[in-house]
Write a protein that binds this ligand. Structure first.
Ligand code: NAD
Length: 347
């Protein structure tokens, strides 16, 4: 058992990771600012669990993080906290620079100072794992895949801010010796994803009989990974990754956005039949500015060196996801009617 400081653990991937970490016997300090994307109902089953402590706060709040590190003496910091939605970064990039760059720098500085105060054995075993995205690599043509040596070429304010944070993490390893690890993962999907992202958005709209917006011609390609496989990869890198290295994580599941939407419609039609097939609700809308055409991950390094492979392919993972949303409509409704925000205020 080890103690982990997890940031952003009330969000989508962080929340899934926290459930996994607590279930596998770790003690988790979960630091989350509870922006619009943070949701305490994701953590409801852990509320009274001795292995989980939730702290509302900002990763950029150096005195708070210093105090948490001093009190709990974690063996690792795992940084999920971020502004994560590309469309929001186009409308308002400043929040992305604030959290993903400035606050991440503050977290790195405070963690470095904590790490420097550890005994030699503890310092050697300590890890700072930074969770990042394949979007830092930019857009691909029809051929090729991103490897760990693909040059960074971020195209959105979101991916530019994540690229900056990746560079800071790298610099903290090379300059100060902080034992860092970075993972760059493809698009995630699965339980607890905020319904502004493509898959949960389409599930909700299709269930409500609303139009299903698809950007441009719908032929943009993403490489999809079921969130529990991503969490498994993060745990693998944390346990066995080489300090200072980055690891690409992906599901080898390239799909056009249009195919994703059509598959969700077919899954819903088979589970909740309607008179008209839900694919008839698809509407093509004006493309996102600067929309990257194709992402594809070469996950060969983590597979070869650390023995990680995803357990789910896109078909099984998407079926699990659709079934989870059907069984957890109260979780979604809490977001849609805004009541999840009141929960955090204790109202
Ligand atoms: P999310 O938006 O669902 O969750 C982010 C969480 O961070 C929220 O709970 C939010 O309240 C919290 N947060 C935001 N700013 C904070 C701050 N300053 N201090 C403390 N907490 C703060 O995001 P996600 O989809 O779970 O992504 C998690 C991480 O994984 C991000 O770093 C993202 O870049 C990366 N990532 C996401 C994907 C994906 O497909 N969703 C893919 C690859 C990498």
């Amino acid at each position: 058992m080890s103690t982990l400081l997890v940031t952003g653990g009330a969000g989508f991937i962080g929340g899934n990771f926290v459930h996994r970490a607590v279930a596998t016997g770790h003690h988790v300090i979960n630091l989350d600012k509870l922006t619009y994307a943070g949701n305490l109902s994701t953590l409801a089953s852990l509320r009274d669990h001795a292995g989980h402590r939730f702290v509302q706060g900002d990763i950029g709040d150096a005195p708070l993080v210093t105090a948490l590190l001093a009190e709990h003496r974690p063996d690792a910091v795992i940084n999920f906290a971020a502004e994560s939605h590309v469309d929001r970064s186009i409308d308002g990039p400043a929040a992305f620079i604030q959290t993903n760059v400035t606050a991440t720098l503050a977290l790195l500085e405070v963690t470095r100072d904590y790490w420097r105060g550890l005994s030699a054995d503890q310092a050697q075993a300590f890890r700072f794992l930074h969770v990042s995205t394949d979007e830092v690599y930019g857009s691909l043509g029809p051929e090729g895949r991103f490897t760990e040596s693909t040059p960074y070429a971020p195209n959105s304010p979101y991916s530019a801010s994540k690229a900056a944070s990746d560079h800071l993490v790298r610099a903290f390893h090379h300059t100060y010796g902080l034992p860092t690890l970075t993972t760059n993962c493809s698009n995630n999907y699965g339980p607890y994803q905020f319904p502004e992202k493509l898959i949960p958005l389409v599930i909700q709209k299709a269930l409500a009989g609303e139009e299903l917006p698809v950007y441009g011609d719908g032929l943009n390609i993403r490489d999809w990974l079921f969130v529990e496989d991503h969490c498994d990869a993060i745990a693998t890198v944390l346990g066995r990754g080489t300090v200072g290295e980055t690891y690409n994580v992906g599901g080898d599941s390239e799909q056009t956005n249009l195919d994703v939407v059509k598959t969700i419609c077919a899954l819903l039609d088979s589970r909740v039949p309607t008179s008209t097939p839900r694919a008839s609700l698809i509407r093509f809308v004006r493309d996102r500015p600067g929309h990257d055409r194709r992402y594809a991950i070469d996950a060969g390094k983590i597979q070869r060196e650390l023995g990680w492979t995803p357990r789910n392919d896109f078909t099984s993972g998407l079926a699990l996801t659709v079934d989870w949303y059907l069984a957890n409509q109260a979780w979604v409704t809490g977001i849609l009617d805004g009541s999840y925000r009141m929960e955090r205020l204790g109202q």
